[in-house]
Write a protein that binds this ligand. Structure first.
Ligand code: SF4
Length: 661
């Protein structure tokens, strides 16, 4: 197993040092700041609309503007767009987004500062024609690609144009799929084939990306890319992004898990957040993610030679859930990660307070109704509720308060480590103990007796907290300790208080919490760590915290509580209003827990990019939609008025439809 050279440090924040790449007047990589970029959604042939949208994006913080160039005519029109932008005083580097067509790429490379190609479909139109390759057939394919690709490389060299080799998990070539499968290794090899050709032609102005709509796959692929580049003496800058992340809170959380996890490890030279929203909303989110690291001290700036501290049973390139013992058949083992809501500063006089935690109280029936997003624990600290709690909601009390409870049914103690080792009374079912990474070196930890009722609540006071908590998990793996762990992160009132404002603004406290918690806790969940999560942000409403918690679990696919939408950000190829259509589909299907529905703007890239969606709604022409079951076309060119009803009918025929309540 390849291991351990994907970042500078697993404990300290340290940015991975990459080669500086020249992209017009905004260089990337090396010691340059993490650059922010985004992509237009207008028709590239509409020069004025594209220019005006680009200006809105630039004013929102975008440092490179990417524009789709599906064919030669759009590629040529980039010259008009560039001219008009310059006339209006904007000289931001432009990037041409190319799929399939070498002649568009070759024209664009003479006009703009950077071209992006997808190695899965550059010069490759066929799909699934041949899935098995002998070594000589594979070699012949590489030679064919060399011939098709080298003219573009030569033009880029001549014109000083940069290039992004952007692998997409959903659109790997037949050659790669046949040889490596739909895996992070396949994604990496897909880019490496093209990178080796570039180096063979002495062209080094490259940026690389490994995108997927699944943050876990994306994180593994980038890590493996760095490991592989490192082994071949390459250190090209990394463009980070999660594709088809969707919109609103889900889109932000999914993006933060993928992008934030890598930024934590010092990887990433430019960030693009893909949201199914107007593109000017993307850059502020990307900026909020990147800005967090400006403050962190970065000591190491040389290429990584080795990374120590990875346990032998852990691979950063494959998902494996940490095996834990099941404490009281409720947490750990095969159970889904549990969610804790903190009500310790709330008045507990009215049962309706629990509606924010997913328990709706009916006065008429004197009953609580649970939903898919009902929390598993409430932490009450030293507060005693003056109403009967729902039978399936576990209550956590500070140890001293718990000790005094006369009725302890469903009530469990939360200890400090010291309290626990000295405690004369413990719960027969569940004992939660607060620990930090540094405690593993202490005397109190050594005195812990293995116990099936024990669950750790892992806290951190470190700024580089994700790595600190990850160290705890690594050490637990090495020590062979299988006690379940709830990951707790605290977000201070001074940074996360204030009125709830515009949720599109990532500096708004709720949005900021979503991004930070998704990075901090999601980054551990994608590596298989954590049997539960607890976001402590007392300045924010409980409902917001609970929704974010379930959103993070959903995006890491560790606990599914709702429908997942994989919707593309739209671009000049989009054949319908993506935002409106996504909302329309969501309004009829958001009760279908666990289903993944792809909503894609065009048939050229949509089917590939919706990756592992269960159903797909893909634009095929003006007013025409093609419906998919997985990768299979079920209905072609349905009119857009009927398409949603038809999609629901397909879901119904498959036995996956339930009536909304
Ligand atoms: S799938 Fe969406 S973003 Fe991708 S090329 Fe098609 S319309 Fe553009």
């Amino acid at each position: 197993m390849l291991k351990g050279k994907y970042c500078n440090s697993l404990t300290e924040y340290s940015r991975y040092f990459t080669r500086e790449v020249i992209i017009g007047n905004v260089p990337m990589g090396g010691s340059n700041p993490i650059r922010i970029q985004s992509m237009t959604t207008t028709d590239t042939m509409d020069t004025i609309a594209t220019v005006e949208q680009s200006i809105r994006m630039i004013n929102a913080g975008c440092e490179y503007v990417r524009i789709t160039a599906p064919s030669l005519k759009e590629a040529n029109n980039l010259a008009e767009i560039k001219k008009e932008l310059s006339k209006r005083g904007y000289n931001v580097p432009l990037i041409a987004d190319i799929h399939f067509t070498p002649n568009a790429a070759e024209a664009a490379a003479r006009i703009v500062e950077k071209v992006r190609i997808n190695p899965g479909n550059y010069a490759d139109k066929k799909r699934f024609d041949q899935m098995e390759y002998t070594a000589s057939e594979y070699q012949a394919e590489l030679e064919r690609i060399y011939k098709k690709f080298s003219p573009l490389v030569k033009i880029c060299k001549e014109y000083g144009t940069a290039m992004r080799i952007g692998t997409n998990h959903g659109s790997l070539s037949d050659r790669i799929m046949g040889y490596y499968g739909d895996t992070p290794r396949g994604m990496v090899e897909s880019a490496m084939e093209f990178m080796r050709i570039c180096e063979d032609l002495n062209y080094y102005n490259l940026v690389i990306s490994m995108k997927s709509s699944n943050p876990q796959v994306m994180v593994q692929a980038y890590r493996l890319l760095v490991e592989t580049m490192n082994a071949e003496g390459m250190n090209y800058p990394l463009h980070l992004g999660v594709t088809e992340a969707g919109d609103g809170e889900d889109g932000r959380i999914k993006s933060a898990i993928g992008i934030g996890t890598l930024l934590e490890d010092g990887l990433g030279d430019t960030v693009r957040v893909s949201l199914t929203e107007d593109p000017e909303f993307e850059s502020p989110v990307a900026e909020a993610l990147a800005k967090r690291y400006e403050k962190r001290k970065s000591s190491v700036s040389s290429p990584p030679s080795s990374v120590s501290g990875l346990p032998s049973s852990f691979s950063p390139y494959e998902y494996q859930k940490r095996q834990t013992a099941e404490a009281n058949v409720f947490i750990g083992g095969h159970q889904v990660p549990r969610v804790v809501a903190d009500l310790s500063d709330k008045e507990l006089k009215d049962p309706k307070i629990l509606s924010d935690t997913g328990y709706d109280y009916s006065v008429l029936l004197d009953k609580f109704n649970m939903g898919e997003q009902s929390v598993d624990f409430v932490y009450l600290g030293d507060k005693l509720p003056s109403f009967a709690m729902p039978g399936n909601l576990k209550q956590l009390y500070n140890y001293e308060t718990w000790k005094k409870l006369t009725d302890k049914a469903n009530c469990h103690p939360l200890f400090s480590l010291k309290e626990y080792v000295k405690a004369d009374l413990k719960d027969s079912a569940l004992n939660l103990v607060k620990v930090q990474n540094a405690d593993l070196e202490g005397e109190d930890f050594n005195q812990l007796e293995p116990d099936k009722t024990l669950v750790f609540v892992l806290e951190t006071g470190k700024e580089h907290g994700m790595a600190d908590q990850r160290q705890f998990f690594f050490k637990m793996l090495e020590m062979g300790i299988d006690i379940p762990v709830i990951i707790k992160r605290s977000y201070p009132d001074k940074e996360f208080s204030g009125q709830i404002g515009n949720l599109m603004d990532p500096e708004e406290p709720v949005s900021k919490l979503q991004l930070y918690a998704a990075t901090d806790i999601g980054g551990l969940l994608v590596d298989g760590f954590g049997d539960g999560m607890w976001i402590d942000a007392s300045a924010l409403p409980t409902k917001v915290i609970v929704t974010a918690s379930f959103g993070i679990l959903q995006a890491t696919r560790s606990r599914i509580s709702k429908t997942e939408y994989i919707s593309c950000p739209s671009c000049g190829r989009t054949l319908f209003d993506l935002q409106e259509t996504t909302q329309m589909i969501r309004s009829r299907t958001d009760h279908l827990k666990g289903l993944k529905i792809g909503i894609m703007g065009c048939i050229v890239n949509g089917p590939g990019e919706m990756a592992d969606a269960d159903y797909g709604y893909v634009g095929t022409g003006p007013g025409k939609i093609t419906l998919y079951r997985g990768k299979e076309v079920v209905q072609k060119n349905v009119s857009s008025e009927n398409a949603l009803n038809e999609l629901i009918e397909i879901i119904r025929q498959d036995g996956n439809w339930i009536e909304p309540q």
